[in-house]
Ligand binder design. Structure first.
Ligand SMILES: *Cc1c(COP(=O)(O)O)cnc(C)c1O
Length: 223
């Protein structure tokens, strides 16, 4: 797509409902393009590497109303800093990490908003729960009172057709519904973070409440 970041964001906005949160994914994106996205009204930014994110947060300190989203795999030794520096954590991908975050959140007296990362289709290259394992872990997750468990996040494997993509997003929605029906007090499951540059319209069709867009706003990444 050609055009300025401002134009790209406005074109995307025209295609998505107002209640879908557009998160600009800025991994490997510099500060100036991020400022442009902010000027176009973006207030949600997502990063997958802690160090890179922290450096950008420092450089953009004066933009105090940004909500920062962490979308990468959480290394044990970064968990505390991630709680301190991000409003949302989309990538809670195992019971071990959930337990650690809960303990650290208690120590810090915080209650971070988190999403549980699910692999709705098998994908050896990705982290996350498969649906069966997640259902087994719910009882335990519900005990983690210092985590605000708001929903699910998913990333689909590469190379799916549109039909397969839509089906996979709908399955994620169904899984969230199934969890809601169990009425766990601490698992609200109202947010579905799904959809990237190539598939966000299908994700919205299946009920995404948050979409995570990088390339379609900022162009191709170098690696
Ligand atoms: C990079 C990334 C995105 C954005 O992907 P694009 O294809 O650039 O839109 C979304 N979610 C996660 C978890 C990512 O790592």
């Amino acid at each position: 797509m050609t055009g300025s970041i401002y134009q790209k964001i406005n074109l995307i906005r025209q295609k998505i409902p107002d209640n879908v949160k557009l998160i600009a994914i800025t991994k490997q994106v510099g500060i100036e393009p991020m400022r442009e996205a902010y000027a176009a009204g973006i207030r949600d930014f997502g990063e997958n590497r802690f160090q890179e994110a922290l450096s950008k947060q420092q450089q953009l300190q004066e933009l105090a109303d940004i909500n920062w989203h962490f979308i990468g795999h959480i290394q044990k030794n970064k968990a505390k800093k991630i709680i301190e520096n991000f409003a949302w954590i989309h990538s809670v991908d195992s019971l071990v990490i959930a337990q650690r975050l809960n303990r650290l959140a208690e120590e810090l007296n915080r209650k971070p908003q988190v999403l549980l990362q699910v692999k709705i289709l098998p994908d050896p290259s990705k982290y996350g729960w498969c649906a069966t394992d997640l259902l087994q872990d719910l009882e335990q997750l519900n005990q983690y009172q210092y985590l605000n468990i708001q929903g699910l996040m998913t990333i689909l494997p590469l190379g799916l057709s549109s039909v397969e993509t839509l089906n996979a997003f709908q399955e994620t929605q169904n899984l969230a519904k199934k969890i809601r029906q169990k009425k766990y007090s601490n698992l609200t499951m109202e947010q579905l973070s799904m959809g990237m540059s190539g598939d966000y319209l299908l994700a919205i069709e299946a009920g995404a409440t948050m979409i995570r867009l990088g390339r379609i706003i900022f162009g191709e990444r170098s690696i």
